[in-house]
Design a protein around this ligand. Structure first.
Ligand code: ZN
Length: 327
C-alpha cells in the first residue's frame, strides 16, 4: 500500500516536527491538516505551499474559539482607531499565534476573518473548510463556562455558507450536539415542500440573520463528521437527509472512536463503505502512524476485510471526499 490519508489532523501545532517527519517519510501518506482558530491558518497554509503533494489544508474556527470571535467583535465595536489590535485590519492574513494558544486570554479574532477564509480558499483550490462545528460540553478554560451556543450556531452557519458558495467540503466537530446538528442541516436541506424550524437550536438571538444565512446556502461538496461519536441510529438519519445525506462521510480515530469500540462497530455497520475515512486527530506527527494503523486494524475486523483493502478503501474515500460536488 503506497498511500494512506490522515483525513483530520492538527500538525500545524508541531510544524517543525512535521516538516522533519515529511523529509524522512517516503510512503506517500497525505495529511488533511485542520486549522482551528484563525491564528493557526498561516501555518496550515505555509505547510500546504511547501508540501502540496502531502498536505491538504483546512481553514476553520473551532467552537472552542468562539470566545475569540466574540472578543474580536467587542473590540471592533469599542474601537474607532485604525491601529487597534485586530478588527477590520485585513492585512493580518499571516498573523502568528502565541506559542500556546491559551496563553493569551485576550486573544481576539478580527471581524474580517470571513474574508481571510475566502482568500485562503481562493489560494488553495482543494482546501477544506474546517475544523468547525458544535460542542455542548466543552467549557472555556478561563471562565469554566460553556461556549456561547448562539454564537457557535452563528459561526457554524457563516463557515458553512462560505464552504457552500465555494463548493468545498467541510470537516465538522460535534460533541453531544448530534440532534442539534441534524436539525441545523435539516433546516438547510428540508424535505420537499416542508421547511422545518430548527426546533432544538434555541435561536432567540440572531434568529433572523441566521435564517437568512440558511436560505442562501447551497450544498457543500461533502461533509465529514470527524471522530463521529453519535449513535448508529442518529447516523442513519443523517444519511437520509435530502440532497446532502449521500455526501456525508464519517471519519474514525483511534483517539476517540476506539474508546467505545462496540458502539463504533454499530456505527460502521450502518455506514456505506465508500463513506468511511480514517484520521489521527492529533498534533504529533510522530504518533500519527501508530494511530492510523490501529484504526485500520479496528476497521479490518469490523468490516471483515484484509488490512490492505481497508487502506485502499479509506484512501480512495478520502481522495473522493475533497472533490467538488458532482451536481
Ligand atoms: Zn480536530
Amino acid at each position: 500500500m503506497e498511500c494512506l490519508v490522515d483525513a483530520h489532523c492538527h500538525f500545524q501545532q508541531q510544524k517543525i516536527e512535521f516538516e522533519s517527519h515529511l523529509r524522512k517519510q517516503a510512503d506517500g501518506t497525505k495529511y488533511y491538516i485542520m486549522g482551528t482558530n484563525y491564528y493557526d491558518w498561516a501555518d496550515v497554509a505555509s505547510l500546504a505551499r511547501v508540501y502540496p503533494k502531502q498536505v491538504v489544508p483546512g481553514f476553520g474556527i473551532h467552537p472552542w474559539f468562539v470566545n475569540w470571535v466574540i472578543k474580536g467583535e467587542q473590540l471592533a465595536k469599542e474601537s474607532t482607531s485604525a491601529n487597534i489590535h485586530c478588527p477590520g485590519n485585513s492585512n493580518i492574513k499571516e498573523a502568528k499565534a502565541p506559542s500556546s494558544i491559551f496563553d493569551d486570554k485576550n486573544q481576539a479574532i478580527p471581524v474580517s476573518w470571513e474574508n481571510t477564509l475566502i482568500e485562503y480558499l481562493e489560494e488553495f483550490p482543494d482546501a477544506i473548510v474546517g475544523e468547525f462545528g458544535l460542542d455542548r460540553t466543552a467549557v472555556d478554560r478561563e471562565t469554566l463556562v460553556l461556549y456561547d451556543w448562539n454564537k457557535q450556531v452563528e459561526i457554524f452557519y457563516k463557515q458553512y455558507k462560505i464552504a457552500a458558495l465555494n463548493k468545498r467540503s467541510v470537516s465538522l466537530h460535534c460533541v453531544r450536539a448530534h440532534q442539534q446538528l441534524y436539525d441545523l442541516l435539516a433546516s438547510i436541506y428540508p424535505p420537499k415542500q416542508k421547511k422545518p424550524k430548527p426546533s432544538h437550536l434555541n435561536l432567540d438571538r440572531n434568529e433572523q440573520s441566521i435564517t437568512a444565512m440558511v436560505n442562501c446556502a447551497a450544498p457543500v461538496a461533502n461533509i465529514m463528521l470527524h471522530s463521529y461519536s453519535g449513535s448508529a441510529e442518529m447516523l442513519v438519519r443523517f444519511f437520509k437527509l435530502p440532497d446532502i445525506g449521500r455526501r456525508i462521510y464519517i471519519s474514525l480515530s483511534q483517539l476517540v472512536n476506539m474508546r467505545s469500540a462496540n458502539r463504533t462497530k454499530l456505527v460502521v455497520a450502518k455506514t456505506p463503505s465508500d463513506r468511511i475515512l480514517i484520521e489521527s486527530d492529533i498534533e504529533s506527527p510522530a504518533n500519527a502512524k501508530t494511530a492510523l494503523a490501529e484504526i485500520c486494524c479496528f476497521l479490518s475486523s469490523a468490516l471483515q476485510l484484509p488490512l490492505d483493502s481497508v487502506q485502499y478503501l479509506t484512501t480512495n474515500n478520502a481522495l473522493n471526499f475533497i472533490l467538488p460536488p458532482s451536481i
